[in-house]
Design a protein around this ligand. Structure first.
Ligand code: ZN
Length: 712
């Protein structure tokens, strides 16, 4: 269930989501004929894609930034004493042009791009980062926010307003607004050093991953690969101007080809290429960089008043502290590793039955587990797909489940302009018939679309701004030939339910302030509503409603359904163990205090895994420290646990539904009212516990992963 969280997050929602909107006239140079100039007059303020041309985005984004900055400066310069209204509410209203232009730009830049839009993206990226800094490092603005924050006990604010004040104040403080000028200078220098090292890491990793490819001139070494895979390997060699065959490396420790390569020596060589890619003592060795990065991050945390980097990063998350995240992961380890050991034993049995004469190693795991899978669980896509016709899955599955749970209904609207002919638009009505939201879906793969699937919004719901949500889902499902039905796999079905879970979080938003509204909450909560919604795909009353043969309308044979269910628990011990190991490494690196000496990465890694009972000969971490790009090159430092944390929540939440009668309106309405409609308007841990009746626990996660009998 590790999906596209990135795409959702890369929408720079901190700037977009946090500071919105008002009605100051746009920059004088901004052309009034630009379609972003005034708010859209379409239903729900939908973007006027019929009028927007590629060259309209850049001037609108730039005018939008200028307008927002002048609005922010006016708030900061206001001679009147700070009030909640003239500061917090005014900030919420600022930046509407920017928001309009960026929301439309994000979808075309991600899902329907071209060289013109790519150029805009490249040119605007540094300006957007500077724009954010200009707001959060505005000392006069912070002084107003801080003075309100200090008076918060006497301001008589409602809970949502109090939350807005707290979240905004916290964001400033976490960015360093509270530091002395001298410390701000230190912080800036640390930020620059960290960013430079992080970029150096990414550059080295990219080169190391490319150089690490497996190369052979001996075709027989590739036995087990299909003709198409071998042709691709020859092509890869050719494009690198090398003789023979090349198997390029993927970012994870395990490589997909390891499932097919039947020559053991080839598997071992490919695995070693992957495992050592950044540890060859050459120009692409990253060990020194990550040791320094860990140290610099610890120093920055200390400067900002935190014991370590993880404590700083988790301060605004649902888990709140590294200790809570570590405790959660510790609870997964016994079940995960015991199940992995049992899976390893099954594999060793296959090796022994084939008289292999060796002990299972990491490079053997996928090759033999694929044989176990075929024998025990094989799901033939060709057999399954005729029961999953896309439109049927959408209307009789995804929409149907939402209707049964929440009473909402969907009507396609063909009058709303779209950015590509494949995009469909639905108006969503509430149970009482009142309009609730617009939902766009853009499901088919295109060459000019980013990979993966994601959800985002064109318009955020806000009572303050009088806006209703306009949300969309993008995916990369196979597009059929004209006239043919779109038949998809069960994994694609799951993706549709997943993204629609994000969409529901956006559409049910019912909050005053745009920056607390909808799906954008915090990293360890965002994937909860989406992964939760996946559960309904296999819920019998939903599944039987959509899984029908596209020609005969016959329900899926019970035997095939059973295979789909069973496949969900296959190899989960291995998968969970490699994830937990990576997440533990991340957390161990980032709980080092500033006083810790510079680490030796290999020794540190070994020690950390050993301490957590995760040093297993056949199950390496999903990423080794030296090529863990999420935490050194991306935004996921001290955050990789979030994927697993959200899984705990979604399984725990589904358990509540199972215990209370499953798919019912009463259950859905309660969940909507207490969780899905509330965005980030309250403490997320308290919000969850209030709905659930207790704090989340790992037992349901272990059960749905098929690890329950392995205890913990
Ligand atoms: Zn997601």
């Amino acid at each position: 269930m590790l999906k596209h969280i990135t795409a959702f997050i890369t929408c720079s929602a901190i700037v977009l989501g946090t500071i919105h909107a008002p009605a100051v006239a746009a920059d004088a140079k901004f052309d009034p004929s630009n379609p972003f100039y005034a708010p859209s007059t379409l239903p729900f303020h939908a973007p006027p894609f019929d009028k927007i041309k590629d060259e309209d985005y850049q001037p609108a984004i730039e005018a939008g930034m200028a307008e927002q900055l002048s609005e922010i400066q006016a708030i900061a310069d206001n001679p009147a004493a700070a009030t909640f209204d003239n500061t917090m509410v005014a900030m919420e209203k600022a930046g509407q042009l920017f928001q309009r232009a960026m929301a439309a730009f994000r979808v075309v830049a991600g899902a329907n791009t071209n060289p013109v839009l790519q150029k805009v993206r490249t040119e605007e990226a540094p300006k957007l980062a500077a724009h954010r800094d200009a707001i959060y490092l505005n000392a006069k603005l912070f002084a107003r926010v801080a003075s309100l924050y200090q008076q918060r006990a006497t301001l008589k604010l409602d809970p949502e307003s109090l939350r807005l004040l707290g979240v905004t104040y916290d964001m400033f403080v976490r960015s360093g607004a509270n530091l002395s000028e001298a410390d701000k200078t230190k912080l800036k220098k640390l930020n620059e050093e960290i960013s430079t090292l992080s970029n150096a890491f990414s550059t080295k990793l990219l080169a190391a991953t490319k150089d690490g490819a497996y190369l052979t001139t001996d075709k027989s070494a590739l036995a087990g690969l299909s003709d198409a895979q071998i042709a691709a390997a020859a092509q890869a060699a050719q494009s690198r101007k090398q003789e023979g065959y090349v198997l390029p490396l993927q970012n994870t420790t395990q490589q997909p080809d390891l499932a097919s390569l039947s020559v053991r020596a080839t598997r071992e060589a490919l695995f070693e290429k992957s495992w050592d890619r950044t540890e060859r003592s050459d120009a692409n060795d990253t060990r020194d960089d990550i040791a320094h990065l860990a140290q610099l991050r610890a120093r920055r945390a200390q400067l900002l008043g935190y014991p370590n980097h993880a404590a700083w990063k988790l301060g605004d998350q649902m888990a709140k502290t590294p200790e809570a995240a570590l405790k959660f992961m510790d609870a997964l380890v016994p079940g995960a590793t015991a199940k992995a050991a049992s899976e390893g034993k099954d594999i060793q049995d296959v090796i022994d039955a084939q008289k292999g004469g060796f002990t299972l190693q990491p490079w053997d795991w996928n090759f033999y587990s694929e044989q176990v899978r075929k024998a025990k669980y094989d799901l033939n896509d060709a057999e399954v797909k005729p029961y999953f016709e896309l439109n049927n899955v959408l209307e009789n599955g995804v929409f149907y489940a939402a209707n049964q749970l929440y009473g909402i209904s969907f009507k396609e609207r063909r009058d709303i302009p779209v950015y590509h002919p494949d995009v469909r638009v639905f108006e969503v009505s509430d149970a009482d018939g009142k309009p609730l939201a617009l939902f766009y879906c853009d499901y088919f793969k295109r060459d000019n679309k980013n990979g993966g699937a994601w959800m985002d919004v064109f318009v955020n719901q806000s009572k303050l701004l009088g806006t209703k949500p306009v949300v969309y889902n993008v995916a990369n499902l196979p597009k059929p030939a004209p006239g043919d039905p779109a038949l998809i796999s069960f994994s694609d079905v799951t993706t549709m339910f997943h993204e629609f879970g994000h969409a529901l979080h956006g559409m049910f938003a019912n909050t005053e302030y745009p920056s607390l509204s909808g799906a954008w909450t915090v990293q360890d909560f965002i994937e909860f509503p989406s992964q939760f919604n996946e559960h309904w795909a296999l819920y019998p009353a939903v599944f039987n409603h959509y899984a029908k043969h596209y020609k005969t309308n016959a329900p899926m044979p019970a035997e095939l359904v059973a295979k789909i269910r069973k496949a969900a628990t296959f190899n989960q011990g291995y998968k969970l163990t490699e994830l937990v190991a990576a997440a533990e490494l991340d957390m161990q690196w980032h709980t080092l205090p500033a006083s810790a000496p510079l680490q030796q990465p290999d020794a540190f890694e070994k020690q950390a895994l050993e301490k957590m009972h995760l040093l297993l000969s056949a199950v390496p971490p999903r990423y080794r420290s030296s090529y863990f790009s999420h935490i050194w090159g991306g935004d996921y430092s001290a955050g990789y646990y979030a994927y697993l944390w959200a899984e705990m929540l979604d399984d725990d939440a589904y358990q509540w539904f199972e215990d209370h009668g499953g798919l019912t309106r009463a259950n859905g309405d309660r969940f909507r009212q207490m969780v899905l409609s509330r965005g980030n308007t309250g403490d997320l841990a308290k919000m969850y516990a209030a709905w659930r009746g207790k704090d989340p626990s790992v037992e349901p996660m272990l059960k749905y992963r098929g690890l329950q009998e392995f205890g913990h």
